[in-house]
Design a protein around this ligand. Structure first.
Ligand code: BEZ
Length: 404
């Protein structure tokens, strides 16, 4: 049957979204739609990675998977005493494909937990499907505020940050420095818009003013016209959100436009995390705020970095840390039930109570299941985002609209 005809039929029959997505999936592959069975009490712990493996966020997805797998390897390849089996979907950072991709992992592969994703727009689709199916979800990056705000739920956890958090930390820093007039520039989707909201909240509460909010569609990297506009506004500083491949291009374009030593550029730490090799001289001296940094002096971070470098022949970044901590969070749940992943309420209770011994510094979860964590001010020095200070200690997302 043609996919559009099938869509109309499904609509007419008012099938629930996951069933509709499953049927569409089957139509696309020629496979027969099957009803999802409940996860088995025995057997392996089934983990579904829904991450970007292509596009501007590809490196972020890989780092998350690396970090997750490394923690499991350190536990002898087991969680809760059971072997771990992995399933993977490339979400392409495409929100339109999110419901179908999440449904593949949940219904076709029958995973016990979805670990995903990076992009806030894709995350909205995953959260919806995870809630409809009551599937455990651990968000290893995407900051979309709604996931631990109005859309929070008992089965939704995050090992990363809310978009509000790093923006808020930088707003606080710039206000303390006496800056008055700031222009913001981001991709026009939840991650950028919500980072700016957090920034504005802290900055304007202390007397600063965001005089202009500029944006361009994700993942567009034609920055030139916007950079020219920023220069014409002559602000005290610029606050930006870009990440991955787009962040590399932006930082280089900023320098090429001759603004590096004219207008101070600040951002949430994604601007320079995992990107410094490619950004080179253009990134030197940039200051950002994030929940991870190079040069933290805790023992956990030292051993994590050593193991990561040995295992992958790469330096870890914030994304690898978030993947590692997603596995630690899941381990807290799986260990509490000796790997019986059907015991969801007990798993959730153990995850809620977990104190995660993270390379970023130990953290606990808020009532809304978002990390309560320190935000560091960092400065690029060579190939490192060196920690300068703690910008805001134990920062909790306000979790507006969450009724957990
Ligand atoms: C996001 O879409 O939430 C996001 C993507 C990359 C880095 C940080 C946040």
């Amino acid at each position: 049957m043609h996919r559009n005809a099938l869509r109309r039929l499904l609509h007419a029959r008012r099938l629930t979204a996951p069933l509709a997505a499953l049927a569409l999936l089957a139509a696309g592959t020629g496979a027969v739609a099957q009803t999802a069975a409940a996860p088995a009490a025995g057997g392996k712990v089934k983990v579904g990675f829904m991450l970007p493996y292509t596009g501007t966020y590809a490196a972020l997805g890989t780092a998350i998977e690396n970090g997750f797998r490394m923690y499991v390897q350190q536990q002898g390849g087991k969680l809760g005493g059971r072997d771990v089996e992995y399933f993977k979907v490339d979400d392409e950072s495409d929100p339109a494909k999110a419901p179908e991709n999440a449904t593949k992992l949940i219904r076709r592969d029958q995973v016990d937990v979805v670990v995903g994703t990076v992009h806030s727009g894709v995350q909205m689709g995953i959260v919806k499907v995870a809630k409809e199916n009551n599937t455990l979800l651990i968000i290893p990056n995407a900051g979309v505020d709604e996931a631990t705000g109005p859309l929070c739920g008992p089965n939704i956890f995050r090992s990363s940050f809310s978009n509000w958090q790093p923006g808020y930390a930088m707003g606080h820093v710039l206000a303390e420095r006496g800056m008055k007039k700031v222009v913001t520039l981001t991709w026009k989707y939840a991650a950028g818009e919500q980072s700016v909201k957090g920034f504005k909240e802290a900055f304007e509460a202390k007397g600063g003013k965001v005089v202009k909010e500029l944006s361009l569609p994700f993942p567009n990297v034609e920055f030139q016209a916007l950079i020219t506009e920023v220069a014409s506004l002559k602000p005290d500083a610029v606050f930006v959100f870009f990440a991955g491949g787009g962040a590399v291009k932006f930082v280089k374009d900023w320098q090429a436009a001759g603004l590096k030593d004219k207008i101070p550029l600040y951002g949430s730490g994604f601007l320079t995390d995992g990107t410094l090799d490619a950004q080179g001289a253009a990134a030197q001296g940039l200051e950002t705020t994030l929940h991870y940094a190079d040069g933290l002096s805790n023992a956990r971070d030292k051993s994590f970095r050593l193991d990561y470098a040995k295992t992958y022949k790469l330096q870890p970044d914030v994304y690898a840390v978030q993947g590692y901590d997603a596995a630690q969070l899941l381990a807290a749940g799986a260990n509490a039930v000796k790997g019986d992943m059907t015991r969801k309420p007990d798993i959730i209770k153990a995850m809620e109570a977990a104190k995660v011994d993270s390379p970023r510094g130990a953290f606990t979860l808020s009532k809304a299941h978002n990390p309560v964590q320190d935000f560091y001010l960092r400065k690029v020095d060579g190939r490192e985002n060196k920690v300068s200070s703690v910008a805001v200690k134990a920062l909790a997302d306000p979790a507006r609209g969450c009724r957990l």
